[in-house]
Design a protein around this ligand. Structure first.
Ligand code: MEV
Length: 434
């Protein structure tokens, strides 16, 4: 059976749901109940969410957690995190507390430049195009003046536009390669509007002035932002590194640094290592209403900038001092987009003290560094499964509808027994039958 439909987007929300339920579910009542369970009672709030995207039929919840005690550049933060993965918020909080007593995190924004490109082909003489571009350039600025007015006032705007000859890589391919400063906005709309105007101006002017043909292929910002860079760092005396008596601070530092070094040279490990960093980063990016897909794409490209995929973090022990740091590209905004629309995003930003985009870059980078610190700390000492198994046990106990009393008894039982689904079922049955 072909399950297709024309005009779906024009149906009312309730007709959309009826079609979905009739087409895909044998138990229509249950499907409808689940979808409606996630609707908000507040119609206005629900409508707001309905209108974020197209064809909304319900809401998909993610837990919104908080990690307190982050000391960053001498200021304390409670960091909001939207994430479904267990142990992440606990790990971030643990890392925050660890560094709270060791001077906290230092973070610094290195650069804030973003890039956008008009991709076009030209089949004429390259020298003609170069001299044409020199006369075109002021016109590009003139034609976008009305768009950039308010950004200019805030101290941002178009920084530069260059003509790039890419014909060695692809026949007749050129770019207008533009750089932007978008201040507290992520800037996607601003950049894309400027680029589309550049494309129009380019096309119009080329028709008058060039004998060859200019064909605009597309105009779009780049999510690769290696010049929108933030650095986060922690350091302390090696002797202050561990409160865990099972391993000496020196041995811990050595193992930790070796774990980072492995991720510097081994892509299989680097991907998982960086995934752990992005777990912290995405959670804060999402909670603050930013574009985590853009951040993910840009960060992984940055991790490959040397030609091989490497660790984003670095560590060293020198003269008795342990240092752990990371530089990553982050294009974030604290105005515009979801930041002024989504009530939880507004709350998250208020909780962070209404940060500027630069301050948010620092907070997000620190969350990533903290997450990596926590992961490597447990990987190189107890192993990752200890914490995961505790959560796994709670999940199984919840599935089995364990009472608080049963949970207490079984958590203590499984401190010395291996958690598997069947061992938990056996243990709870044992408890219930006695
Ligand atoms: C799990 O979400 C993330 C880790 O695998 C990261 C790492 O291995 O470094 C624990």
């Amino acid at each position: 059976m072909h399950k297709t439909i024309t005009g779906f987007s024009k149906l009312s929300k309730s007709d959309k749901i009826d079609w979905i339920v009739d087409t895909y579910f044998s138990n229509k009542g249950t499907a409808k109940t689940i979808l409606k369970q996630y609707w908000n009672d507040d119609n206005k709030l629900q409508q707001l969410h309905d209108e974020f995207i197209e064809n909304t039929i319900t809401n998909y919840y993610l837990p919104f957690g908080v990690a307190p005690n982050f000391l960053i550049n001498g200021k304390t933060y409670t960091i909001p995190m939207a994430i479904e993965e267990s142990s992440v918020v606990a790990a971030a909080s643990k890392a925050a507390k660890f560094w709270l007593h060791r001077g906290g995190f230092k973070a610094e924004v290195i650069s804030t430049t973003k890039i956008g490109q008009v991709h076009f082909t030209y089949d004429g003489n390259p020298e003609d195009l170069t001299s044409f571009f020199n006369t075109l350039k002021p016109k590009l600025h003139e034609d976008t003046a009305s768009m950039t007015k308010s950004m200019d006032k805030r101290g941002g705007g178009i920084l530069d536009v260059q003509l790039k000859d890419k014909t060695k890589d692809l026949t007749n391919y050129y770019q207008l390669h533009a750089s932007f400063e978008t201040m507290d906005a992520m800037g996607a709309n601003f950049i894309n509007s400027c680029l589309e105007q550049f494309a129009t101006t380019l096309k119009t002017e080329a028709e008058h002035s060039l004998s060859g043909n200019v064909n605009v292929i597309m105009s779009i910002l780049s999510n690769y932002v290696p010049d929108c860079l933030v650095r986060a760092e922690v350091s302390c005396k090696v002797e202050d590194l561990t409160e865990n008596s099972k391993i000496s601070p020196e041995a811990f530092a050595e193992k930790f640094i070796q774990a980072v070094n492995i991720a510097e040279i081994e892509p299989y490990r680097a991907v998982t290592h960086n995934k752990g960093i992005m777990t912290g980063i995405d959670a804060v990016v999402l909670a603050t209403g930013n574009d985590f897909r853009a951040v993910e794409a840009g960060v992984h490209a940055y991790a490959s900038r040397t030609g091989s995929y490497r660790s984003l973090t670095h560590a060293e022990g020198k003269d008795g001092i342990f240092r752990f740091w990371m530089e990553i590209p982050l294009a974030l905004g604290t105005v515009g987009g979801l930041t002024s629309l989504h009530p939880l995003v507004k709350l998250a930003l208020e909780m962070l003290g209404r940060p500027s985009a630069k301050e948010l870059m620092q907070i997000v980078a620190v969350a990533g560094l903290a997450q990596n610190f926590a992961a490597l700390r447990s990987l190189t000492t107890t192993g990752i499964q200890e914490g995961h198994m505790k959560m796994h046990l709670m999940n199984i106990l919840n599935q089995l509808e364990a009472t608080p009393e049963e949970k207490n008894k079984l958590v203590s039982h499984f401190k010395t027994h291996t958690v598997t689904h069947s061992s938990v079922v056996d243990a709870i049955n044992n408890l219930r039958n006695h």
